[in-house]
Ligand binder design. Sequence first.
Ligand code: ADP
Length: 159
Amino acid sequence: MKKIAVFPGSFDPFTLGHEGIVLRGLSLFDEIIISVGANALKKNYYSLETRKAMISEVFRNEPRIKVDHYEGLTVDYCKRHGARYILRGLRTAADFEFERAIGQVNKTLSPEIESVFLLTVPEHTMINSSIIRDIIRSGGDASGFVPKAIKLEEYRGED
Ligand code: ADP
C-alpha cells in the first residue's frame, strides 16, 4: 500500500524550513501532498492561489509531491486522499505544545492516521513565515529564507 502523507499548513509564504521537512519526508513516504489550509476566517498575506503557485514552482520536477488546498478537518482531507500520515515540523518547545494538542485531537478523531514530526535542522529553527512577511512588508530582502525557486519579487501580497 502506497504511503501517502499530507503536509498541511498556511505556508504564508513557504520557507526553507518547510522545504527541508518535505525533502526529508520523501525518504519516509511514497507521496507527499502539500496542502494549503484555506481558512476563510484567517487573513493571509499571500492569496491561496499565490501560495500554491510558489510551492508548485519549488517542486515542479518532483512527481512524488502534489500541491493542493483544503477546507475543513485535516483528518477528513487525509481520508479522502488515502493518506495515513500527517507530516509536521518542529522547531521549538512552543511548536511542540501546539503540535501536541492538534496531534492528540487528530489521533482521537481518527486513530488510524498517524502524525509524524520531524525536528528541523538547527539552521532552519529561526525561519518563521510571520517574520518573513514582516521583512517583505517592510521592503527588506527575505530571499535567503525561502527556496531559491521562489522569486519573491514576482508575487504580490494582499496588503
Ligand atoms: P500552520 O498555520 O499550520 O502552523 P505553517 O505554515 O506555519 O502552518 O507551518 C506548517 C508546518 O511547518 C508546521 O508543522 C510548522 O511547525 C512547520 N514549520 C514551520 N516553519 C518551520 C521551520 N522553519 N522548520 C521546520 N518546520 C517548520
